[in-house]
Design a protein around this ligand. Structure first.
Ligand code: GLU
Length: 426
């Protein structure tokens, strides 16, 4: 299993939840949101912290901390990934859960938002220990999860196998196989074709829509991608397929730059034979992760972790367009700097929504018990993301704001409309 992701390279500009709220506040003010609705949308519905005691392979007992935050369920069951990382905090999970609410509203799928995680370092855990953590976390949350309640998915350092264990554990507790309780499963266990590729593919779909709207030709467009995990490496291949030149990539071992274009197939082969990393990749000059972000290019796609573009380095970013494949790669304090430089930012809650969109398809297929072709999945993904891109762009023009604030405006409008039609019970 490949658990390698670059660590955050810059100190946080803000508490993650506050960073999310500062963008929300700008959109709420433009919409003149009434105070009661503001409070309702701001407040997570549920914040769960659970302890996960595990007998490690050496016989000792260790207790891990698990979280699940359900931000909002007014548009449907809550949806969102589970991440395994030593650095997670409740504030981060709360921000990520709220982003899921906005993301699902932007792509107009019938879900609310949630996020979860376990504070652990998967690099030092054995597969057996990882499985035990996953099963105990799921068992502790078995009353909250469910196809009509809360549906987890992969996120940082979690993968198909872990989703398979979640499905199995939940099913054991419910005495029947419940595939729709979790998405991002192996196709053999009710997963959807195209789910693994969906986030990276979605990054390319929205980037292509941005290129078209702003008169950029793919064959004249150079791309720098931070992160060569699931999202970044798929996005790289997708950009090559439409004729772009990928000139920079990176992973935990650093950045790799070749202004003539990197052979992405060679990089993928290299990763396979070098324990999942790009260490010693020869076809490019080695640069640091910081330098990678500041390379001259047309499109920069941060596809790794939060807080990569901050007030400390935003001034030095040279890209014309930033397409955020990761969740929260840009801090709120970097936003005005990028805007003053005229950089178009396609925000995370739109740019990386391909993953949850195909998760929605997986949930639909599991509930129907009928599975679609890869062509069906990709065609529907393209349509949904293109519609979302246009809806956000239209809001940006209408309110004369950047795409991030426009995305929040669209999300708040849709969640508020649903809330008003349902009414408040109580
Ligand atoms: N973890 C992914 C995200 O942040 C996917 C969530 C899902 O598929 O539910 O969007």
């Amino acid at each position: 299993m490949n658990y390698i992701e670059p660590a955050p390279i810059n100190p946080q500009d803000d508490d993650p939840f506050e960073s999310m709220m500062s963008r929300f506040d700008i959109a709420a003010e433009i919409l003149n949101l009434e105070p009661g609705i503001y409070d309702y949308l701001k407040t997570p519905q549920m914040e769960i912290k659970t302890s996960i005691p595990i007998q490690m392979d050496d016989g000792t007992i260790e207790v891990f901390e698990g979280y699940r935050v359900i931000h909002n369920t007014v548009r449907g069951p809550s949806k969102g990934g589970i991440r395994y990382s030593p650095d997670i905090s409740l504030s981060e999970i709360k921000a990520l859960a709220a982003w899921m609410t906005w993301k699902c509203a932007i792509v107009n799928i019938p879900f609310g938002g949630a996020k979860g995680g376990v504070k652990c370092d998967p690099k030092v855990l054995t597969p057996i220990e990882l499985e035990k953590i996953t099963r105990r976390y799921t068992a502790n949350l078995a009353d909250f999860f469910g196809p009509e309640r809360d549906i987890p998915a992969p996120d940082v350092n979690t993968n198909e196998q872990i989703m398979g264990w979640i499905m199995d554990t939940y099913s054991m507790h419910h005495r029947r196989t419940v595939t729709a309780v979790v998405t991002g499963k192996p196709t053999f266990l009710g997963g959807s074709l195209g789910r693994v590729e969906a986030t990276g593919r979605g990054v390319r779909v929205v980037a292509a829509a941005a290129m078209e709207r702003h008169g950029m030709k793919p064959e004249e467009t150079s791309i720098v991608i931070q992160g060569f995990g699931n999202v970044g490496s798929i996005a790289a291949q997708e950009f090559i397929d439409i004729g772009c030149k990928v000139i920079g990539i990176s992973d935990v071992t650093g950045g790799y730059y070749n202004p003539k274009g990197i052979d992405i197939n060679a990089a993928l082969e290299h990763r396979k034979s070098h324990q999942g990393t790009l260490a010693d990749f020869k076809d490019a000059d080695q640069v640091s992760n910081e330098e990678l972000l500041e390379l001259p290019c047309d499109i920069l796609a941060p596809c790794a972790m939060e807080d990569q573009i901050t007030r400390k380095n935003a001034e030095r970013i040279q890209a014309k367009v930033i397409v955020e494949g990761a969740n929260g790669p840009t801090t709120a304090k970097a936003d005005p700097i990028l805007e003053s430089k005229g950089i178009l930012v396609v925000p995370d809650i739109l740019a990386n929504a391909g993953g949850v969109t195909v998760s929605y398809f997986e949930w639909v297929q599991d509930r129907m018990g009928y599975f679609w072709t890869a062509e069906d999945v990709n065609e529907r993904l393209n349509r949904i993301l293109s519609e979302a891109f246009n809806a956000v762009s239209d809001r940006a023009e209408k309110h004369n704001v950047n795409m991030r604030i426009a995305a929040y405006i669209l999300a708040i409008e849709r969640v508020t409309k649903t809330l008003k039609l349902r009414g408040i019970y109580g």
